[in-house]
Structures are given as C-alpha cells and as structure tokens.
Design a protein around this ligand. Structure first.
Ligand SMILES: Nc1ncnc2c1ncn2[C@@H]1O[C@H](COP(=O)(O)OP(=O)(O)OP(=O)(O)O)[C@@H](O)[C@H]1O
Length: 562
C-alpha cells in the first residue's frame, strides 16, 4: 500500500504505511514514522506491539503458536540436515593439540581467511608476515600491544568456513571447548583425562576419505614450503596456554643455521649425520625390522653458554622439524603433566629437556620405583629425603616449589610403553656426573657430547661471523683485512678459557667494528677471566624466555637472526 503523507499535531510531516487501525484521521503515535530521524528497528517493534494488541487481529496466541511450531520443526530440520550430511559427506575430526590440525589451520589462515574477499570474521594476530603464521597465538593483540605497526594477519575463528579446493567444496569448523563461547562448545573433543579440547573438523561431499587425506597432505606440503627460513619453537610452562588451550605455547623463530654454531667441525658433522641418518627411511626400517622402539637420545653437557640449546635449535632447523623445549627447573611441571606433554608430540621433532641436573629429579623410594637402583656419583641414600619420600639429586632452585618431576615419572614419559616414537630427545646438563645412571643408560641416551670452551678455530670463526660479515657487507674492510684481524684476535684470546656466550657478548658490544674489537680485547680478557660462565649466560639472551615474557619474546625475535 502506498504511504500516505499526513501532517502531525506538531506540524511535522509523517508517512502512514497502512490504513489507520482506529478512526480515520486519528493516527496512533506508535504507527507514525518521522521522515528523517526514526529508528527503523524501533518502528518494527512498535508495529508488532500494535498488531499484538487484543482486537488487532494478530493475537498473542498466534505468536505462541508460531514459537511452538518452531520448536517442533527445528529438531526435525536438524535431524534431516545431520542425516543428509552424515550420509552424503565424509568428515575428519582432529584435536587442536595435533600438529596436523595446526597445519590445516595454517593453510586455512593463509589461503582462505587472509586472501578471502568474503571473510567477515577472523581471529587477528600481528607479526611479521614473512614468517609463517602460528596457530597458537590466538588473542595475539592482547599479547603484543606494542607491535601495532606490524602487519596484521588473521586465522580462522571458532566457527565454520566453507572454501573450495579446485572443484571440491570443504567445510572447515573449529569447535572451541577451551577458547570458544558456551554455544560453540558442542561436539568438542575430550582428551583421555576428560579435559575438553578445541578441535578441527573437516567435511567434504562423498563417501571416500581420500579427498580429505589429500587435502591434509597438501596442508603439510604447504607448511614445509612456507616454513623455509623459520623454526617453530614450542615451550611449556606447565600450564595450559590460556589463549590456545594447548599444553605447548609457540614462538616462530628465524631458522638458526648450523654454520652459526662455532664448535669442533668434526663433532658437528658427526652429530648432524647421526641425526640425518636417524630420520632416514633406512634407519626407520632398521628399527622396525629389529623391533627396537624408534627413539634416539643425546646428552649435551658442558658449562653454561657453550651452545647446547642453540645447537639443538639449529639441528631442528636443519632437519626441518619443530623444536620442543621443556624446562623442569621451573617447578611447574608434574609427572602427569610431563606425560601429557610427551603424548602431544608429533612423530618427527626434537625435544630438549634443559639443564636436567638442576631440576631436582629424584628417585622414588619403595614400590613406585620402576627401575632397579643404580649407583651414581652421589649415592641416593646420602641425599636428603623430602617429606614426600623422594630423594633429590642436586638441589632445585628456589623457584621449584610446587611440582617436582620424579625420576620414574621422567623415565615413563620419555620411553614408557605409551610414549610416542619418532622423537629425537636431547637432554642438556651442566653437571652430568650427578645424573642418575638410569637416565643416561644406553637406549635412553645414545650419544654423550661435550660442549666445551672455545678453541682457536672456533674463536677465529666467531670473530669472522660477528665482526667480519657486517664489516665486509658494509664495504668498510676487505676480506683479507678481516682475515688478518681474526688471526690477531685468535692469538690474543687464550684457548679453552672462555665460553662462546662470553666471546659473543664481547664481540656484539663492538658492533661490527674490528678496530674496536682489537682495542678492547685485552681489557675484556682481564675482566672476563673473573666472570663465571653463568654470569656470561645471564648477559646473553636465552633461546626462549619464560612464558610470562611472551611480549618480550616477540619483540626480541629479530635478535635471534644471526
Ligand atoms: N658454540 C656456539 N656458537 C655460537 N654461539 C653460541 C655458542 N654457544 C653459545 N652461543 C651463544 O651463547 C648464548 C647462550 O647459548 P646457549 O643457551 O645455547 O648455551 P647453553 O650451553 O645451552 O647454556 P645453558 O647450559 O645455560 O642452557 C646464545 O646467544 C648463543 O648464540
């Protein structure tokens, strides 16, 4: 019906969209609409209320009838829809803990959410777009308030998304048992301890799982191509990450190259070739044929700041796998938690348990012990027994207050029957002599490697890397001049006296200036002789700072570029 223009009592023009309900010429105010400033939603509500009035034709009873009809029809519709989807589609559900799920999220982030013209919702993260996107840093804006000038990238939010790969449609859904709202928790997965987990569901038309498997493979290959140049470093604080609901939190780091680790060249080559062989098809077959659990373990020992953790990170980058760091010394990791951390590991990865000697690993007394008693450098019976009946090997730092991993808990996690296979485990220690022999026996630890203080060749190399590269790139010095400086520097620094962290610290302070390095080296040697390796390490940045410094991690990311 055409609107009618009517003049209101205050002189304004109003339009009537329907015949007046009462006497013609007497217009109820709730049916009027001012031409310019009325809110259309309020107007609809007003009209509805007017219709619902007794005697208006549409009664409250009709409304109740409509609601009842909806209540009956909606479960039937859901049932028909589910039946249709289940009988005509194939689907896969994956826990978000699973690296496969993360690869899918990464693909959907990059190819659907960030490129999609029709993407109307996403979880926002900031960061260097040249690095690979990390699925774990949900709520990244809260974590990185200072990085406002950076590029912004998006990952799929909790919810559903439909996209096409070639001519095939896929439905991607993230259920949010941990990070989602109440209404988004339906169908969420539950882990073996009954804890709800976020999960990813993939669905495509057809009865074969093949297209889904091909898509998952495609996401994996995509990750391998795009991960070139960076390494995912996972670390655990002993708590579930509040943003992702994962046990592991992640940072993405520029890949550290093996040639930035200054150590004995033969030793380095042997370690790299051993790790490469471990992950070769030939070795996999050998383990399977012989019925040996497919695991390998290294013990890296030596003073702090000699490159044990840095080499592990470089090795992960070289092998193209992720690095998982566990620090038991925080006192936040319990036996059960450690077990769950190991269960959540992918098949190919490097796990580093740092400073294993300083975390207070003890041998349980009585029936709980899983290993026969082994003699060790310090006999367990001579050690203090705590109230929980556990001998502590070494003394935990003051921070280790709440949880303590026991020796049997650790052994169970690393090679118990339920423990995953395929990982390369690296334990680092400053004091290997106090470690229980059960922990380092062959089969658990296959190679023990000493990371020592700097020898002349390594001193020469570190000078050329930290001073020479910048000086030559800036065309301030020729290569032969740098070679000469490096030789002089090497003769001045006494061999087997300083750790790489100490030398790196000094050379960094010279900011690529060889003259400054030559002028300052004698004074530095005098000072550094009295400095303990521990103090030197404190001055140089650790690989992964504690989780509470997550903002700082991202800010300092570039510092790791070598
Ligand atoms: N061999 C090395 N070559 C190059 N850099 C090194 C080497 N060793 C240590 N560094 C540098 O020293 C710092 C500390 O190294 P890292 O944390 O790897 O030592 P660590 O032996 O694991 O120490 P800790 O026993 O305290 O864990 C890092 O910044 C690293 O770059």
């Amino acid at each position: 019906m055409a609107p009618k223009a009517v003049e209101a009592s205050d002189g304004r023009q109003v339009e009537l969209y329907r015949e007046p309900l009462t006497t013609p010429g007497l217009v109820p105010t709730h049916l009027k609409r001012a031409t310019a400033d009325a809110n259309p939603i309020i107007e609809v509500i007003q009209r509805f209320l007017a219709h619902a009035q007794p005697g208006s034709g549409a009664t409250i009873e009709k409304l109740v009838g409509l609601v009842a009809l909806y209540k009956v029809v909606s479960p039937v519709w859901r049932f028909v829809k589910d039946l249709f989807l289940r009988s005509l589609t194939s689907r896969i559900s994956i826990s978000e803990y699973d690296p496969v799920a993360q690869e899918i999220i990464q693909w959907v982030s990059a190819e659907v959410v960030n490129k999609g013209l029709l993407s109307t919702s996403a979880t926002v993260m900031t960061g260097d777009m040249s690095l690979y996107m990390v699925p774990d840093v949900y709520g990244e804006l809260r974590r990185q308030p200072k990085r406002q000038s950076d590029d912004v990238s998006c990952i799929p939010p909790i919810g559903k998304k439909i996209f096409w790969v070639g001519f095939r449609p896929f439905l991607f859904a993230r259920t949010g048992s941990v990070t989602g709202t109440k209404s988004q928790r339906g169908g969420a997965m539950i882990d073996y301890q009954g804890t709800p987990q976020n999960s990813v569901v993939l669905l495509t038309p057809g009865w074969s799982l093949r297209p889904l498997m091909d898509f998952i493979k495609h996401c994996h290959e995509y990750k391998l191509i795009n991960m070139d140049g960076s390494t995912n470093i996972y670390f655990s604080s002993g708590k579930v990450d509040p943003y992702s609901g994962h046990l592991w939190s992640t940072v993405v780091k520029a890949r550290r190259k093996l040639d930035t680790i200054d150590m004995d060249a033969t030793l380095k080559a042997e370690l790299v070739s051993d790790a490469e062989y471990y992950y070769s098809d030939e070795s996999r077959k050998f383990f399977a044929d012989c019925g040996i659990p497919y695991r390998r373990g290294y013990l890296f020992y030596g003073p702090p700041g000699t490159g044990k953790t840095s080499f592990s990170a470089a090795l992960a980058g070289h092998l193209g796998c992720d690095l998982y760091l566990i620090n038991l010394a925080t006192g936040d990791v319990s036996d059960g938690h450690l077990h769950r951390l190991f269960l959540a590991l992918p098949r190919k990865c490097i796990v580093v348990i740092e400073d294993i000697d300083s975390c207070g690993i003890g041998r349980e007394q009585g029936p709980a012990s899983t290993e026969p008693k082994q003699p060790s450098a310090t006999a367990p019976s001579e050690l203090p027994i705590t109230s929980d009946g556990v001998h502590r090997l070494g003394y935990p730092p003051a921070s280790a207050k709440r949880h303590m991993v026991t020796l049997s808990g650790l052994l169970n996690a690393i090679d118990g029957n339920a423990s995953a296979e395929g990982r390369l485990l690296i334990m680092t220690s400053n004091n290997p002599n106090i470690l229980d022999e059960a922990l380092t026996r062959p089969g658990r630890i296959d190679l023990k490697v000493c990371f020592g203080k700097m020898m002349p060749k390594a001193i020469h190399d570190i000078f050329k890397r930290l001073i020479g590269r910048a000086a030559i790139a800036g065309k301030r010095y020729a290569e032969h001049e740098i070679e000469e400086f490096a030789r002089t520097f090497t003769t001045k620094v006494p061999p087997n006296t300083f750790t790489p962290a100490q030398v790196q610290n000094f050379l960094q302070s010279c900011r690529g200036d060889p003259i400054k390095a030559m002028q300052g080296v004698d004074a530095w040697i005098e000072k550094a002789r009295d400095q303990s390796p521990e103090e030197a390490v404190k001055e140089s940045a650790p690989l992964v700072p504690p989780p509470e410094a997550a903002e700082a991690i991202m800010d300092d990311l570039d510092d790791y570029l070598c």
